[in-house]
Design a protein around this ligand. Structure first.
Ligand SMILES: [Zn+2]
Length: 179
């Protein structure tokens, strides 16, 4: 970023206490920190927590995870619930945050969640998805696209789940916009 995203003035380097040198807009009088996109993805479990859902999209025969960008003003938990609803028509009952990763190629901070939904019924799948299929957890590890960020996230989520390192909390879908 070489110019201010508010007013277009050329940014100048300025010392900020405890942060080091940060680009500064002399016209706005504001430091301008890096801008990047934020997206979520999720390892999605069946109600019995013994199967994971993999999807195919954009005409590509490869199994990945439900994922999507956050909307402006939206928090990550809301985006997780919304994307699952929009892509496969399922309702989240439980969720837990797993891991974040900075994905350089698209300048995106990816937030990975583990979620449980209320049904295995895929009849509510939308045209955003070409194909969706439940796999037993060990089979899902074999079927996910390799190598991929989806694979890394899936393995991380399942490993932590199997080692009892993840606490799945009931999703408070009424209050997801808050906080
Ligand atoms: Zn400015």
């Amino acid at each position: 970023m070489t110019h201010c995203y508010q007013c277009g003035t050329k940014l100048v380097p300025r010392e900020l206490e405890r942060e080091g040198i940060v680009p500064f807009c002399p016209k706005c009088g504001e430091f301008r920190f890096p801008i990047f996109s934020t997206a979520m993805s999720t390892t999605l479990l069946s109600p019995g927590r013994d199967k994971a859902l993999l999807i195919q999209q954009y005409g590509r025969a490869r199994n990945v995870l439900v994922a999507g960008y956050l909307s402006k003003g939206e928090n990550a938990e809301h985006a997780v619930v919304r994307e699952i609803q929009e892509e496969v028509g399922l309702n989240v009952t439980h969720m837990a945050f797993v891991k974040s990763t900075n994905f350089g190629p698209s300048n995106t901070l990816m937030l990975h969640y583990l979620t449980v939904v209320d049904s295995e019924d895929l009849s509510g799948m939308t045209d955003e998805v070409d194909k969706a299929e439940w796999f037993p957890l060990e089979e899902a590890r074999k079927q996910v696209l390799t190598p991929s960020l989806a694979q890394r996230f899936l393995f991380m989520a399942l490993d932590r789940l199997e080692h009892g390192e993840i606490v799945l909390l009931q999703a408070d879908t009424e209050n997801l916009w808050q906080g």
